[in-house]
Design a protein around this ligand. Structure first.
Ligand SMILES: [Zn+2]
Length: 244
């Protein structure tokens, strides 16, 4: 219709008519773009709210595991260091406690499943991370993702240096499985022969490596990873006006 009117105006060389028709087309395109832009923005706001909720759910899942594991792992390192003092003869005490013996036996175990952030991955795959308007939250989410990766790599790296002491030195620290009625699962208990440990240079070397590796696992992996997860959670709580 417009094209027909424009053609007629050009044929009749009616310049004011030509200008009017062109203006109608330009204004029409401009309004069309404005409406599209407004719709996209409205969609982005709605998707942002949905993704904030989903990211928060991901964080709750992610933090559920560390809250149970971190304290246990920190306590294990404390017992491990105390046990190594005894093995190295730095103390008068001639027997390891059950906790210290267990720490030695479990000193090679650092594996941990680290949940990912599926909602963040989805946003990145769609190239829509920008719908999150809080630039600090975007930055901290990316940092958390990097920490996840670093932590996973560290677990693998640390595992290369660790020694399963009860398997390598079964006479010094034999392991026995037992069924834990409270947990309803099989656990391992260890028996420690402190005197024999003290006289084995190979055992002391292996214990030293495990302590170093365990310390790196906590200091460079678990602790900064948990701190980053808590930082992101706080920002999400703020964005969602949650207080818990
Ligand atoms: Zn929360």
């Amino acid at each position: 219709m417009i094209l027909q009117r424009l053609t007629t105006a050009i044929r009749q060389q009616s310049w004011s008519q030509i200008l009017t028709e062109i203006l109608i087309v330009v204004i029409g395109i401009f309004l069309g773009l404005q409406v599209t832009d407004w719709n996209e923005k409205r969609q982005d706001r709605s998707d942002e709210s949905m993704f904030l909720v989903r990211l928060h759910e991901d964080m709750l899942l992610m933090e559920d595991i560390p809250s149970r594991v971190v304290d246990r792992r920190m306590n294990l390192l404390t017992s491990l260091v105390a046990a190594s003092d005894l093995v190295l003869g730095k103390s008068e005490i001639d027997q390891l406690t059950k906790k210290e013996c267990f720490a030695i036996g479990d000193s090679h175990i650092v594996s941990m499943s680290i949940p990912g952030l599926p909602s963040l991955a989805e946003l990145q795959n769609e190239g829509r991370l920008g719908i999150l308007r809080d630039s600090e939250l975007r930055l901290e989410l990316i940092t958390l993702q990097q920490r996840n990766q670093t932590f996973k790599e560290l677990i693998i790296e640390v595992g290369l240096y660790q020694v399963n002491l009860s398997r390598e030195f079964p006479a010094l620290i034999p392991a026995r499985p037992y069924f834990d009625e409270a947990l309803k699962e099989y656990q391992i208990s260890y028996q420690c022969d402190l005197k024999a440990m003290q006289s084995s240079a190979a055992f002391i070397g292996g214990l030293g490596m495990n302590i170093d590796a365990y310390d790196a696992y906590l200091r460079d992996g678990l602790i900064p990873w948990r701190a980053q997860a808590q930082k992101v959670h706080k920002l999400l709580d703020f964005a969602l006006e949650l207080n818990h």
